[in-house]
Design a protein around this ligand. Structure first.
Ligand code: URA
Length: 167
């Protein structure tokens, strides 16, 4: 089971899809190649794992590294919802299409979801959480031409952090 990494008091929570082979071995999210890129993306806006909290929609590696199916996602949703309620971040960053669609309960793809702010709410939260969907670092490794848009998203996130005196 890959539960989480980072600082549980952090004001920023990142949510990925599901562990890969490396994560499955080590028991921490984003420790493989995509994780290395994620750490660089965070560093670009002065963040690191002492300042963020990281988890996944699914805490187990799907067999053969396939994408989790809708039934698996729905089964795990109550856990990640509760996880968000316990952390109560000020900003939620959703990594890739699977996490973005699941958490924002939409069929809209990541290409349309990225680039603007969304609000995440649930029954256990007393106010909604500012949410940004960005391309998954594994996708950026395959399609580096999309790093440009992701840099814009990261700058927007940095701007929100700088503007908000609660950080
Ligand atoms: N990809 C994810 O979505 N999560 C991880 O933890 C690792 C790779």
């Amino acid at each position: 089971t890959v539960f989480a990494d980072g600082n549980s008091s952090a004001k920023i929570m990142l949510i990925g899809e599901a562990p890969g082979a490396e994560e499955d071995k080590i028991g921490k999210p984003f420790v493989g190649l995509a994780g290395k890129l994620l750490d660089k993306m965070l560093a670009a806006i002065n963040l690191d794992r002492t300042k963020v909290y990281i988890s996944n929609v699914i805490p187990w590696r799907p067999p053969g590294n396939r994408a989790p199916d809708n039934e698996e996602i729905l089964q795990c949703m109550p856990f990640i919802q509760k996880h968000i309620e316990l952390i109560q971040p000020l900003i939620l960053i959703l990594l890739g299409g699977t996490a973005s669609k699941a958490i924002l309960t939409t069929n809209i793809g990541i290409t349309k979801l990225r680039g603007s702010w969304h609000n995440y709410s649930s029954l256990g939260l007393n106010k909604s959480i500012l949410t940004r969907a960005i391309f998954h670092p594994a996708f950026l490794l395959r399609s580096p031409e999309h790093k440009k848009e992701t840099w814009q998203d990261l700058l927007e996130i940095k701007k929100k952090i700088t503007e908000n005196e609660n950080f």
